[in-house]
Ligand binder design. Structure first.
Ligand code: MSP
Length: 502
């Protein structure tokens, strides 16, 4: 089964911040892991460029929406290699191939009878590009996310018949319990649907910056419909001269934070049903990275600059920290002090020192050759953090996008290997020539365990893992079981993987 994973496409009204990097790294970890398992993977990210938020920001900056979009899309594009993201394509919704495909799909929705003309009245947040229902409004009719007072807007526009899909969506959620994960997010989506679905405005009459409605080109499409369709349209033009839609649609997994749950879990499946298209298999809805108590966001001005963090600590450290500190799925606070602590104790000490020690001992005691002809030690394979079957456990968790729990399992194995060094004391065995076979066994088990866990960590910390696997003379980047390689290879010593900060 091909694996098609997506991130939300990010608004270009602001520059990228760590929150955007977080989701993108999460999806990247999954994409990398699936490739390691030999799956055919397509990984999409990109930018959401139309709509009021962008048009307004451009006006404030005194430039055209396209200029602003070009400038900020570039920042998002540049972010990807810096955080070591291996996306297969980067979609921009201002791309005319996207626009044409969106029009095609929406025309189908129109022709299928799910569109009508009417008057809309409601509280509209231009930053969310969303009409808020009374229950969603904060005190004083404010947007609960952006904390700005909203105006009551009355408009003549086109509507999408969302209400027609209430029963179909309830059935869908019944039949496919894993459509929205984790479970508590599925319940939120269900509660929203059970609360009754109102038709939604599908077009914006006053706005110019968007996709013109094919049947009424004087209006542009509501940006959320244009945006959601990126997951589908990208496949038709991501590869020049090739249409990947049949190969990769429906998407295997959409990854996003809880702020856009409603759009993905309610509007999106309804829109696809209305267009007669297949629905994505699953979505994973994660929580917010918080700085102090607040969600990081450009408009609240409390962002942590990922470019600066990478400069100081490297991309691996950032990738590791985000998923280790905050359990994927939950909200959690991050801080510069937290970064430093995890870096020192876990990356530099637990993992970096383990790697240095194992490489050094193989060199010192066996002239750099991993002993061959010895068995896997059952003591290392079993028990807490045991490495036997760890690859199966991690794969099972990542199948359900449990990125932090899978990392916990890997870390359990890193710590198990450290305990194994302390328990077996290779330096004492080395003093006694009568125990040469025991020393062979310990060194083989350490090198083999380190190889297995480093292959698993490759999706999280690709740069460090590549260096260490190079030192361990491991060419494959697949997923391996403890004992699947027999020893005999010549290792090399390397400088510390995660040098202590001065
Ligand atoms: N353009 C829409 C999405 C359209 S998808 C069809 C949008 N853009 S956004 O720029 O606001 O990005 C929102 C997403 O960015 C969140 O769902 C999440 O993936 C990521 N995050 C932004 N800030 C974040 C945190 N502070 N913490 C975690 N994720 C964050 O909404």
């Amino acid at each position: 089964m091909p694996y098609y994973v997506t991130t939300p496409i990010y608004y270009v009204n602001a520059e990228p911040h760590l929150g955007h990097a977080y989701t993108t790294i999460g999806a990247d970890i999954l994409a990398r892991h699936m490739r390691q398992r030999g799956e055919e993977v397509f990984f999409l990210t990109g930018t959401d460029e139309h709509g009021e938020p962008v048009a307004q920001a451009a006006e404030r900056a005194g430039v055209s929406p396209r200029e602003l979009a070009d400038r900020n899309a570039r920042r998002f594009l540049d972010l990807m290699p810096q955080i070591d993201v291996s996306n297969d394509f980067f979609i921009r919704t201002s791309d005319e191939r996207h626009v044409a495909r969106v029009q095609e799909v929406m025309q189908r929705v129109h022709d299928n009878g799910y569109v009508y003309e009417g008057t809309y009245e409601g509280y509209y947040c231009p930053r969310c590009a969303d009409f808020k229902t009374p229950s969603e409004l904060g005190p004083g009719n404010a947007c609960p996310i952006h904390e700005i007072v909203l105006e009551l807007v009355t408009e003549q526009n086109w509507f999408f018949r969302l209400s027609a899909f209430e029963d179909a969506l309830l059935r869908l959620y019944e039949e496919r319990p894993e459509l929205v994960m984790p479970d508590f997010r599925r319940n939120e989506a269900l509660a929203f649907i059970r609360g009754g679905l109102q038709d939604v405005s599908l077009s914006r009459p006053k706005l110019k910056w968007g996709v013109p409605l094919p049947w009424d080109p004087g209006q542009v499409m509501y940006v959320w419909f244009d945006a959601l369709l990126n997951y589908y349209t990208a496949l038709s033009f991501a590869r020049p001269g090739e249409d990947l839609t049949d190969r990769f649609w429906p998407a295997s997994l959409h990854v996003m934070a809880k702020d856009i749950l409603k759009f993905h879990s309610v509007y999106w499946p309804a829109l696809l049903l209305a267009a007669g298209l297949e629905l994505p298999e699953r979505m994973y809805v994660h929580g917010f990275l918080l700085m102090g108590e607040k969600k990081m966001s450009k408009s609240l001005g409390n962002v942590l600059d990922p470019f600066r963090v990478i400069e100081q600590y490297g991309s691996d450290a950032l990738r590791f920290y985000c998923f280790r500190e905050v359990s994927f799925g939950q909200d959690g606070s991050i801080s510069p002090a937290g970064f430093e602590a995890r870096y020192e104790t876990e990356l530099a000490n637990d993992f970096g020192n383990l790697a240095s020690r194992v490489l050094a001992m193989v060199e010192r005691y066996r002239d750099g050759v991993v002993p061959a002809g010895v068995e896997v030690d059952p003591a290392l394979a079993g028990g807490e953090g045991g490495l036997g079957g760890v690859e199966v456990l991690v794969a099972g968790l990542l199948d359900r996008a449990e990125i932090s729990r899978a990392l916990d399992v890997c870390w359990g194995s890193v710590r198990r290997l450290n305990r194994y060094v302390e328990e077996r004391k290779p330096w004492e065995l080395a003093k006694d020539p009568g125990r040469a076979r025991d020393l062979d066994a310990v060194l083989y088990n350490l090198a083999e365990g380190l190889r297995v866990v480093t292959l698993l960590l490759h999706a999280y910390v690709p740069k460090a893992a590549d260096r260490l696997l190079g030192a361990l003379a491991e060419r494959s980047r697949g997923i391996a079981a403890l004992g699947s390689r027999g020893g005999g290879q010549r290792i090399e010593r390397i400088p510390p993987l995660f040098p202590k900060l001065g």
